[in-house]
Design a protein around this ligand. Structure first.
Ligand code: DGJ
Length: 732
């Protein structure tokens, strides 16, 4: 068992292969965090809390002189006691009181892990142990159940909270974090993934300071501007060294992730549903579960943290049959045609693509209703036979005959104002009484908190997938929620809509995925507007960004790879000048950058030269040859000499190592440095493809490979090393 309980000191030690989380119960019943970090061999850490020095002027707890709760590293702090930092939760009772006092009641330790009904959560067939610690409020008898699971092999802890209303009163939940970690220092940098549409997941690193800092979303989705991820890292931590404490929330809606430094240089880190515009009415005998949070500690910098997330998500979170399967190389017609296509164009594009080795054709927006621009037809999911030159089945057949699988785009959560669905069900949209609902991209958001709307979506998607030979579905979502309100919820439950929407979305996804397990689903929200672990649970790949420029993608993909497995990140080679930024990059660089993730094309193949077609053919052949390593190899971000101007990464598995390097701008008289590789076996021998050179792992890590001199902007290089089979090698 990976969880021990020491009754003498009321201490819980939770272990994974290398890490440890230790909690204990104070004599007062408050739960404290003794330690989170690398495994240490100590039976009891009970001395730890005794050694915390007392500050002056903090309030005493339980009227006990010198018992200053505010100085303890607490596990799930309540509101209303002498700990005056931001609480992890806050409830309102019928008498208007917002004060709770939850203390340890009991616990249970068991093998395995319980499901969280209605919410995506991690699980595995491999070894996992869990603990449930029940805290109780003596006055109301309500309980908070803190569930923590230890995934031994993965060095990952997960946690979620369940609140039980055992009183006879209605309980209003105003705030309920999924996790709270108190660290007794403020010498950290705060790492978040920020940006905007077209600029998602840029790594933001800032020194923390006294006060409150962090990110949140109020958009009804996790959002382009922020990601449900937060880390505190040693100020000196880098890709390879240093302590990193991180949290990633398995949730796709409004969230908050913050760090608060108090006046005694302690830091409180929290993540959970955003309490802004949230309130949940919990009736007697009912319970409420928070989304699950994934807690990762690394004492070897960011690469190790990322690798722990990647493996954990692939093995224990992503439920799709495709999670660990090689993904097809696709062509998507969006940037090639936008809405302007007919059957002839589509078939020509597909023919050309199949000749170059593409395996899947994806028909994007515009195939249904009267949709020739973004101003109509969402909700009317009937194929436009005029445009498709016949039935959808017939078009699919023609594409299948070319030896390609077929995929289709859908944006099920939306309805256009100009649509039959809106005429029929104007009341199905998210809206508030007496106000004109706002359109964004000429569309409204359907109220997915309503069961009949969920059922309609399930039925519609199910019939499209059942009636047609569709292998892949791109599930898009192109606007955030404004004017939030539901026609069916009572006045005092309107603040539940945001969370209920996400629960509804998860129900629809869950049903579709279980009915059509063979369909590969890619989610998308105007690019990476909902790139989060909640969506990854159902959809094993996500469109990373609507910005397809190779240079812009370097930053987006680097940030994304901080947490999410590269195979989940869809990356396409697109046209030049690039449609978003007008930049011209070589096909080679576009290919190398897109190969960082799940590879495809989004380019008009009818509009390029024969030489470019040849190059694409070769690119595809190369990708197929190394697909296993590129999609599932361990991903390592490499240190470069000039971080502002260079990006490098490598992928490694048992057989190969693939290294990629890109210069942003070429500078006159550059004397290129060497690029040192990481995480290789020192004594192993590697052959450099295309040469007769061989290197030891030690050489590659300590001396590195010589970079080329950039002859133009956006210059890129790639090296492929094959590992010699026999293990013991002498004198390389
Ligand atoms: C936004 C997506 O991110 C694009 O790739 C494309 O599918 C458009 N929507 C279609 O409307």
């Amino acid at each position: 068992m990976m969880i021990e309980y020491n009754p003498q000191y009321n201490q819980f030690n939770l272990y994974t292969k290398n890490n440890q989380l230790s909690l204990s119960v104070l004599p007062s019943g408050h739960l404290v965090l003794l330690y989170f970090g690398k495994k240490v061999s100590s039976e009891s850490l009970h001395y730890y809390t005794n050694e915390i020095k007392r500050a002056s002027y903090l309030a005493d707890t339980d009227s006990t002189k010198d018992f200053k709760l505010e100085q303890f590293p607490l596990v799930y702090p309540a509101y209303g006691n002498p700990d005056m930092r931001t609480p992890a939760f806050q409830f309102t009772y019928e008498n208007g009181s917002r004060i709770s006092d939850f203390r340890y009641k009991t616990h249970s330790i068991f093998a395995g892990k319980k499901e969280i009904p209605g919410l995506p959560n991690a699980n595995t067939n491999q070894e996992v142990s869990s603990i449930e610690i029940i805290l109780q409020d003596e006055v109301t008898k309500n309980e908070v159940n803190l569930s923590i699971s230890c995934f031994e092999e993965y060095d990952v802890f997960t946690q979620h909270i369940e609140v039980f209303n055992y009183s006879e009163e209605i309980l209003k939940i105003n705030r309920i974090m999924s996790a709270n970690i108190d660290l007794l220092s403020d010498k950290y940098d705060l790492i978040t993934l920020n940006g905007a549409w077209g600029r998602e997941t840029h790594i933001q690193r800032n020194r923390i300071h006294q006060g409150y800092q962090g990110v949140d979303s109020k958009r009804g989705a996790s959002g382009h501007g922020q990601n449900p991820f937060i880390a505190l890292a040693d100020q000196s931590a880098n890709e390879h060294y240093g302590d990193v404490y991180s949290m990633n929330l398995i949730y796709s809606g409004n969230f908050i992730a913050n760090a608060e430094v108090d006046m005694h240089q302690n830091t409180r880190m929290q993540i959970g549903i955003n309490p802004f515009d949230f309130e949940w009415t919990l009736l007697p005998d009912k319970s409420f579960s928070t989304p699950e949070v994934v807690l990762v500690y690394s004492n070897k910098g960011f690469n190790r943290m990322s690798q722990l997330y990647h493996q954990f998500y692939l093995d224990c979170l992503m439920q799709s049959r495709y999670s660990k399967k090689l993904r097809p190389i696709l062509i998507n017609n969006w940037e090639a045609t936008y809405f302007d296509f007919d059957r002839e164009k589509i078939v020509k594009l597909a023919k050309e693509a199949s000749q170059l080795g593409v395996e899947l054709f994806v028909l994007d927006d515009g195939w249904f209703g009267k949709r020739n621009s973004d101003d109509s037809s969402l909700g009317d999911w009937e194929p436009n036979q005029m445009k498709l030159g016949g039935s959808l089945q017939n078009l699919i057949q023609e594409i299948n005959q070319l030896g390609m699988k077929f995929g289709i785009w859908i944006e099920p959560e939306m309805v256009s104002r100009k649509s039959e669905l809106f005429k029929k069900h104007p009341d199905w949209i998210i809206q508030v009484p007496n106000r004109v609902p706002q359109q964004v991209r000429n569309q409204y958001v359907l109220d997915l908190s309503r069961a009949e709307v969920q059922d309609f979506l399930i039925e519609t998607i199910d019939s499209i997938l059942s009636e047609n030979n569709i292998s892949y579905l791109k599930w898009d979502m192109n606007r955030n929620i404004t004017d939030i309100g539901s026609r069916v919820l009572p006045m005092d439950r309107q603040k539940e809509v945001g969370h209920r929407y996400i629960l509804g979305l998860y129900r629809v996804l869950d049903t579709i995925v279980s009915k059509h397990p063979d369909v590969l689903i890619e989610s998308c929200a105007g690019g990476g507007g909902r790139f989060d672990p909640g969506m990854l649970y159902y959809t094993p790949q996500i469109w990373t960004s609507d910005d397809t420029d190779a240079v812009e993608r370097l930053l987006i993909q680097e940030g994304n790879s901080f947490v999410y497995p590269p195979v989940s990140m869809s990356c396409h080679v697109s046209a030049v000048p690039n449609h978003q930024v007008g930049r011209i990059t070589s096909l080679k660089t576009r290919g190398i950058v897109a190969q960082q993730g799940n590879f495809g094309y989004e380019i008009n193949l009818l509009d390029i030269t024969d030489e470019e077609k040849m190059q694409i053919k070769e690119q595809i052949e190369l990708y197929k040859l190394h697909r296993e390593t590129l999609q599932f190899g361990t991903h390592i971000r490499l240190s470069v000499y000039d971080e502002q101007n260079e990006v490098a990464w490598m992928k490694r598995d048992e057989e190969k190592v693939i290294i990629s390097h890109v210069y942003r701008l070429a500078k006159a008289n550059t004397v290129p440095k060497r690029l040192k590789l990481c995480q290789l076996e020192e004594a192993a021998v590697y052959y450099l493809e295309g040469t007769n050179r061989r290197f030891s792992g030690g050489e590659l890590m300590e001396i590195g490979i010589a970079l080329e001199r950039p002859t133009h902007d956006f210059y890129s290089s790639q090296w492929i090393l094959t590992k010699e089979k026999q293990k013991e090698v002498n004198g390389c």
